[in-house]
Design a binder for this molecule. Structure first.
Ligand code: ASP
Ligand code: MG
Length: 407
């Protein structure tokens, strides 16, 4: 088999950990596989580098940030190759450029356009282990170094697995897989044996931090077989695969939460055509990503309140812009609420079964939790609630949908 193994920051967080990674790589090779390894920077390194830059410049140029940040992954790639060599196995490390990872020019959040991968193929064909620095590429024209957004080594691994037509892409991390809920909140949470790409996408974007969302999108699009597992033991991980019939029988696969959102409400806007358009054009123009939107019309039908959520880190910016637009629209007031959280249930079974939303609302009500906003998709129901009830809500929903029991 040709296997791509990706090791995250904690998995290469110390020399000892890198030795352990080398051992695992060696075992995989000895079992008769060809192995390409993708590594993240040692844990904390990317943040450390960002910290250094911020001490020297107020808003450092993104081109320079990319060159800076790409160095973290290069260090761990070279060290990993050295550790593998020390076990008597040939190995070579490669930067993004040497791997032929070509991206667009969107510095700090570049998209992979293609992977030529010539040198990696040659190394693999010669029987060597190729170790690739994750998270980075180069632009086609100028060859400037780019990075793929935080957590981007996952994307490197998945895209490389696709380019090399690997049989499997293994994502090694510090948890044993994908759980039915955060085990820190729900002790009964169960590790899932498998989860569909769509469910994983919802879980990833809803705040379950196991995989970068873009990497899951990529894996789905190109049908890359993925497994998430721990680099700290040999437990079976969670497979991320195409949906099957068995999965559809399960109403809810997981409960997740996101505490990183804020709610902005613009009160008393005139209820007439064009208002929402004007508001959200300006919000989007400022680069703010809106998640949920709710509009209420006053009983006399003349005014509306519009609430929406944005990432917590953008609260201040959002408040400023919304105040400005509110003034222009003749609205009464703007309110910012930060102590909220979004709790969601996810499951492909919702496509074919009804009643999940009402059961979720009932469960929250029984626990005295007020729902502030609701949004649904084909396979997800999300409710915004007071942040202080997050843990209670997650536990209650986990129990309501019997997630502690294997399907
Ligand atoms: N080192 C980068 C980050 O912290 C990329 C990664 O770890 O995947 O976001
Ligand atoms: Mg990661």
């Amino acid at each position: 088999m040709l296997i791509v193994q990706k090791y995250g920051g904690t998995s290469v967080g110390s020399l000892e950990r890198i030795r352990a990674v080398a051992e695992r790589v060696a075992e995989t090779v000895r079992a008769g596989n060809r192995v390409a390894v993708v590594v993240s920077a040692m844990s904390g390194e990317t943040d450390r580098l960002i910290g250094l830059a911020s001490q020297l410049g107020k808003s450092p140029d993104e081109r320079e940030m990319d060159l800076l940040l790409s160095s973290g992954e290069r260090v761990s790639a070279a060290l990993t190759a050295i550790a593998v060599q020390d076990l008597g196995i040939r190995s070579m490390s490669f930067t993004g450029r040497q791997s032929g990872i070509i991206t667009d020019t969107a510095h700090t959040r570049a998209k992979i356009e293609k992977i030529t991968g010539e040198r990696i193929r040659k190394a693999l064909e010669s029987g060597a282990v190729a170790v690739i620095a994750g998270f980075q590429g180069v632009t086609e024209g100028t060859g400037d170094v780019t990075t793929l957004g935080r957590g981007g080594s996952d994307l490197t691994a998945v895209a490389l697995a696709s380019a090399l037509k690997a049989d499997l892409c293994e994502i090694y991390t510090d948890v044993e897989g994908v759980y039915t809920a955060d085990p820190n909140i729900v002790p009964e949470a169960r590790k899932m044996e498998k989860v569909s790409y769509d469910e994983m996408l919802e879980l990833a974007s809803l705040g379950a931090k196991v995989l970068q969302t873009r990497s899951v999108e990529f894996a789905k699009k190109y049908n890359v077989p993925l497994v998430v597992k721990s680099s700290f033991n040999n437990a079976a991980g969670t497979f991320i695969v195409q949906e099957d019939e068995e999965m559809e029988k399960v109403l809810v696969s997981g409960v997740t939460y996101d505490k990183n959102q804020s709610r902005l409400t613009i009160l008393g806007v005139p209820d007439k055509p064009g208002i929402a358009g004007k508001l959200f054009t300006q919000i989007a123009g400022a680069g703010l990503v809106v998640d949920m939107i709710v509009q209420n019309i006053s009983p006399d039908g003349k005014a509306a309140d519009i609430s929406f959520t944005i990432p917590r880190t953008d609260s201040r910016k959002g408040l400023e812009i919304t105040r400005k637009v509110a003034g222009e629209l003749g609205a009464k007031n703007v309110d910012l609420k930060e102590d909220i959280s979004k709790v969601s249930v996810v499951g492909v079974g919702m496509r074919t079964h009804s009643g999940v939303a009402s059961r979720m609302f009932d469960t929250l009500a029984r626990h005295g939790i007020n729902i502030m906003m609701i949004s649904t998709s084909e396979i997800k129901v999300s409710c915004v609630i007071e942040a202080k009830y997050t843990e209670l809500a997650v536990r209650a929903l986990h129990e309501e949908f019997n997630l502690e029991k294997a399907a």
